[in-house]
Design a protein around this ligand. Sequence first.
Ligand SMILES: NC(=O)c1ccc[n+]([C@@H]2O[C@H](COP(=O)([O-])OP(=O)(O)OC[C@H]3O[C@@H](n4cnc5c(N)ncnc54)[C@H](OP(=O)(O)O)[C@@H]3O)[C@@H](O)[C@H]2O)c1
Length: 291
Amino acid sequence: MSDDGRLVAVVTGANRGIGKAIVRQLLLQQSKPLIIYLTARNMERGQTAFDDLRREQLKATSPHFNELRFHQLDVQDIESIRAFIEYLTLVHGEQSTDILINNAGGVVRKGEEVVRKCDVETAFKTVQMNYFSAVNVCSLMVPSMRVGGRIVFMVTALAQLGIFSGDLPKVLVSDELSLQGLHIIENGFVSSVGKGTFSSYGFPPMPFAVAKAGLIAYARMMARICCNDPRELIFAAVCPGYVRTDMTGPYAPLTPDEGAETPVYVALTDDVKRLKRHNGGLWKRLRPIKW
Ligand SMILES: NC(=O)c1ccc[n+]([C@@H]2O[C@H](COP(=O)([O-])OP(=O)(O)OC[C@H]3O[C@@H](n4cnc5c(N)ncnc54)[C@H](OP(=O)(O)O)[C@@H]3O)[C@@H](O)[C@H]2O)c1
């Protein structure tokens, strides 16, 4: 580890909602010195969030040994991901990152309204936004993770295995499942929605949950694939709970700070034994839970 003994943490989609709260908690905590990259696809929105959090940090009475930095990153744009990794390599070396929180994601909107339909356009956009983007960021960043690196995916409790039927629940937890197989399942969902045949393949009419279930399966798979990697990487899928953000509206019970607690716990806990025991698992309210 370089960087004066500080860990390097990256949070995607961090300009608002739970992502911004995750950065706030990483920045204001005193247990581990960090360099934190608040990343966002939009420069102006990202810079505004950065300025807000810097002001909060300056007002805090605790010593400021954590450092906040902002970098543009659109997780749906491969060139943007590559440019960010190149930047990290330049600044921190080939092994650049200790903590990666894949937070960017959400639901499809038309204006202010959340689209609740299960049509092919919504299914396609939702799967691209939530599943493929996080998988692309992770696949490209894993080579530059440092020893003990932790990779977190934000998912949802709606993505339980029980929403699938037929062979799908068995396939999704199978040790034989490959990345290509998982891509086929996610793309198969989208095309079967287009043909109106999704239920006969065992999919529910829930694009957001199907996309996030893909990430839960991906975290399990990555823990399995990397189990002999000497860096001992940790993967975790985290349910933040039902959190009051632009995605859910004003009636959700949890605050963004409450939603940030479990991803921040997984990112920072010293209980490495516990993380290793549940590597690739699903977490909620600071605990591993059954998928
Ligand atoms: N809120 C909940 O109850 C809940 C429940 C379960 C899971 N989650 C998951 O938790 C995560 C955060 O949710 P949230 O409620 O905080 O959502 P949110 O308020 O809608 O914020 C989503 C964030 O993701 C960013 N984003 C979207 N597409 C992006 C892209 N291509 N590149 C970079 N950033 C992108 C958004 O940036 P812009 O401002 O540029 O749009 C925004 O900063 C999401 O993955 C969500 O699916 C949330």
